[in-house]
Design a protein around this ligand. Structure first.
Ligand code: HEM
Length: 465
């Protein structure tokens, strides 16, 4: 278990569930700190997380980023809009489809990685983590981290974990952070230098990329799209802005996807009936000639959609409060005057568990998404694993592509079972900013699937994004 997992365990146990319990007890408006109020009703989602919102990201985001800040932490509306427009092009559906062959190489590596381990417990959290880092490394740095190929954890990942621990300490215990920063102890200094090492890694990778492929490489990755992108005045990003932004994208696009895949496969291991339903659905897809599905083949499969939606509902990778700052003059929310600069937030862990909107909220029930007519407007609003509005996930299309292609490819080939070390307790969902299982691992056993499965009714299907 990495120190990141230890830290998440220490911090996450309290916040996520405590806020959830407070809402269950006191209703949709709860004061959770001297200057912070948490909400849980859908009317407030529109206030805080819409395209027109005047609630900007709270100051806490300042501590989450390297400098110069990337899109994720930009708090100024104009600056953010401009960066978002510039980057959106790279994330368009057609550009993403262009990257498929690169992603496919890594899914093939995943199959090769798993093959010799069939019938034995494999830590799927580490496996999916390495896979998702390899993919975003390939797409945004022009080179894979080779996590699935190397026995040791790549240096970048270790430094990234350290960076998150530091960001967490800075956000929650700033005084302790500044005291630690002054300590002349070699190990502590090394720990603090992790952020700089990551930036250097990004810089080196970027320079290698330009030296190898040039500035208009035509390579089917996303870095080339970021390099040639221009802002409204026609200016490109500087090299420093590119490799810092790209490092942020690597963070944003890796642990999110791997945590989702981990919980998804854990849920499937606990619910073999849904494995069978999904495999039956996958058997109806004509292609998959070389073992890896194309996105086009699996983009609109109702059971696959329903299973992923339900995993994202129960275990969203970013389950916690997304804090925003009340604009000047203050605002009335739920009939209460909230003074300006008060931090206001919602956590999707709670909106996803509203019992009136999602009956039996703790149960894994993919069927709630299967009949499109039964998916209510309230479900669509309260379901926000990728957040909503102008600050919603920029990588949502990439995330969906990875989740669908990887889940379909693995599930068609393999059955998944729980290893004895994997229990509800070991998988207890802890949040730091991103979520993790309490044990820091998820051991599952994969075995070859029979080529024919009993077919079951796959339902009508919907896709909620
Ligand atoms: C299952 C996978 C993912 C989930 C659940 C997820 C979730 C989220 C959430 C909840 C936010 C809002 C955070 C906030 O307001 O503080 C966000 C923002 C963001 N995500 Fe994702 N994400 C996923 C995958 C990705 C991927 C693959 C990328 C691409 C590299 C990505 C890039 C971003 C970026 C750039 C932002 C900031 C957008 C902005 O502020 O304009 N995400 N994501």
């Amino acid at each position: 278990m990495s120190c990141y997992h230890h830290f998440a365990k220490f911090q996450g146990r309290y916040l996520l569930r405590t806020i959830h319990q407070l809402h269950s007890r006191y209703g949709p408006t709860v004061r959770v700190g001297p200057h912070e109020v948490s909400f849980s009703n859908q009317e407030i989602i529109k206030e805080l997380y819409s395209y027109q919102t005047s609630f900007m990201k709270a100051p806490v985001y300042d501590g989450m980023s390297m400098r110069p800040v990337g899109i994720f932490s930009m708090r100024d509306k104009k600056e953010h809009n401009q960066r978002r427009r510039l980057l959106s092009h790279a994330f368009s559906q057609s550009n993403l489809l262009d990257t498929e062959p690169l992603i496919k190489e890594h899914v093939n590596e995943l199959l090769a990685f798993i093959k010799p381990k069939l019938g034995r417990p494999v830590d799927m959290l580490t496996t999916f983590r390495r896979l998702s880092f390899d993919i975003v490394g390939e797409l945004f740095l022009g080179q894979s981290f080779n996590g699935l190929k190397s026995p040791a954890t790549p240096r970048f990942l270790i430094d990234l974990d350290s960076h998150f621990v530091l960001a967490g300490i800075k956000m929650n215990f700033p005084l302790i952070y500044y005291i630690l920063e002054l300590l002349p102890i070699a190990a502590v200094r090394h720990f603090f230098a992790s952020t700089e090492r990551n930036r250097q890694y990004g810089k080196d990778a970027f320079e290698n990329y330009i030296a190898q492929y040039g500035r208009n490489s035509g390579r089917r990755d996303l870095l080339t799209k970021v390099v040639v992108a221009k802002d409204d005045e026609g200016a490109p990003l500087t090299d420093l802005e590119i490799y810092t932004e790209v490092a942020h994208l690597v963070h944003a696009g890796s642990d999110t996807t791997s945590t989702t895949l981990t919980y998804l496969f854990w849920l499937l291991a606990k619910h073999p009936e849904w494995q069978s339903r999904l495999r039956a659905e996958l058997m109806t897809v004509p292609s998959c000639t070389d073992g890896v599905f194309t996105y086009k083949e699996v983009i609109a499969l109702p059971v696959l959609d329903a299973i992923i939606n339900e995993a994202l509902r129960l275990y969203p990778a970013a389950p916690a409060s997304l804090p925003r700052e009340t604009p000047s003059g203050g605002r009335n929310l739920n009939g209460i005057f909230i003074p300006e600069k008060t931090v206001v937030s919602m956590q999707c862990y709670t909106t996803h568990r509203h019992p009136d909107v999602f009956p039996d909220p703790e149960e894994f029930l993919p069927e709630r998404w299967l009949d499109e007519k039964a998916v209510t407007p309230e479900m669509r609003t309260m379901f926000m694993p990728f957040s909503a509005g102008s600050r919603a996930c920029l990588g949502i299309n990439l995330a969906w592509m990875e989740l669908k292609v990887i889940t379909a490819t693995l599930l068609k080939a393999y059955k998944v079972q729980l290893a004895s070390s994997t229990t509800d307790e070991s998988m207890l969902f802890l949040d730091h900013f991103l979520a993790l299982p309490k044990s820091g691992r998820c051991d599952l056993i994969l075995t070859k699937a029979e080529s024919t499965e009993p077919t079951t009714n796959s339902g009508l299907g919907t896709q909620v994004k």
